[in-house]
Design a protein around this ligand. Structure first.
Ligand SMILES: Nc1nc2c(ncn2[C@@H]2O[C@H](COP(=O)(O)OP(=O)(O)OP(=O)(O)O)[C@@H](O)[C@H]2O)c(=O)[nH]1
Ligand SMILES: [Mg+2]
Length: 252
C-alpha cells in the first residue's frame, strides 16, 4: 500500500443545511488552527439547494482565510450523499469531514493531520478515549453513541473508541474500491470505518472534544437513525467474528 509522509494535502468537507448562523464562526475557527500549517488545505462546503442560507454568508466571507473555500452542490440531497459528493470532488490525497455547527475540535486538527502524514488511512476524532470529551447534548444520544463506540472497540478490536463520530480524516484512495450503500445520514461514517477495518486499512484515533450546537437547528433524528447505525454495527461484529481480519501487510 502506498504510504505518504511529510506534508499531506487536505480537502475539508463541510456538509451544510441552512447553517447561515454558524458557518462564519466555523470557518474562522478552522482558519485560526490551520493558518500556520504548511499543508495545502482547501475547504469544500457541500449544500443541497440554491436557497440554502449558508450560501450568501460563505460568499461574503470566503476570501478572508488562508485556505480556498469552494461551494459545491449535492444534487441528490441528504447528508450521506453530501459526503459522497465531497469525496468525489476532493482534489487532495486526504479528505476530512467536519460539521458546520462548531461541534468539532480544531485544536486537535494539526495532530490529526500529522498522524495521517505518518501513514494512517483513517484518523478518527475520539470523544471516548482518554483525553476526549463530550460537552452538552442529549443524554440518551450520548449514552448510545458511547456504548456503540466503546463496545466495538472491545468486541472487534477496532482501533478507535468512537466509531460514530463523523470528525475523521480519510486517505482518499480508500474510496476507489469501496462501494458505499448508505443513502441517508451520518451512519455512512460507520459504514466506511467498518469496511475499511475489515479490508485491513490502518486506523487510529486522536482524543477530541465535541460541543453541542448553540445556534441553528439539529437535523439529527435519533429514532430514525438507530436502525441505520445498527445495520453497520452488526455487520462489523459479524464480519470480524465470522470472517476474521486480513493478515497484517495483506491490506488492499
Ligand atoms: N448537505 C447536507 N448537509 C446536512 C444535511 N443534514 C445535516 N447536514 C449538515 O451536517 C452537519 C451535521 O448535522 P447536525 O444537524 O448538526 O446533526 P448532528 O451533528 O449529527 O447532530 P447534533 O448532535 O444534533 O448536532 C451540519 O453541518 C449540517 O448542516 C443534509 O440533508 N444535507
Ligand atoms: Mg451537529
Amino acid at each position: 500500500m502506498k504510504r505518504t509522509s511529510g506534508h499531506i494535502s487536505l480537502d475539508i468537507i463541510i456538509p451544510v443545511y441552512n447553517e447561515g448562523e454558524c458557518i462564519e464562526e466555523t470557518l474562522a475557527s478552522l482558519n485560526k488552527h490551520v493558518q500556520k500549517l504548511l499543508n495545502r488545505i482547501q475547504v469544500n462546503i457541500i449544500y443541497d439547494f440554491d436557497r440554502d442560507n449558508t450560501i450568501p454568508v460563505v460568499k461574503k466571507v470566503k476570501n478572508r482565510y488562508s485556505f480556498k473555500v469552494n461551494l459545491i452542490k449535492n444534487r441528490k440531497g441528504g447528508f450521506a450523499n453530501a459526503l459522497k459528493t465531497g469525496f468525489k470532488t476532493a482534489r487532495s490525497d486526504y479528505v476530512m469531514v467536519s460539521m458546520a455547527d462548531m461541534s468539532d475540535d480544531y485544536e486537535k486538527l494539526p495532530q490529526m493531520i500529522s498522524k495521517a502524514g505518518r501513514g494512517y488511512d483513517i484518523v478518527c476524532g475520539s470523544r471516548y478515549m482518554k483525553g476526549g470529551k463530550m460537552i452538552g447534548g442529549p443524554v440518551f444520544k450520548k449514552f448510545l453513541s458511547r456504548l456503540s463506540g466503546v463496545s466495538l472497540y472491545y468486541l472487534t478490536g477496532l482501533p478507535t473508541h468512537d466509531a460514530t463520530n463523523s470528525y475523521k480524516i480519510y486517505r482518499k484512495a480508500i474510496f476507489q474500491k469501496m462501494k458505499l450503500q448508505s443513502e441517508g445520514g451520518s451512519e455512512i461514517g460507520l459504514e466506511i470505518l467498518a469496511k475499511a477495518y475489515i479490508t485491513g486499512y490502518r486506523i487510529t484515533e486522536v482524543p477530541t472534544r465535541w460541543w453541542d450546537r448553540t445556534k441553528g437547528e439539529s437535523k439529527f433524528k435519533l429514532m430514525k437513525w438507530i436502525p441505520k447505525y445498527l445495520r453497520w454495527y452488526i455487520f462489523l461484529i459479524m464480519m470480524v467474528w465470522f470472517k476474521g481480519l486480513p493478515k497484517k501487510g495483506k491490506q488492499a
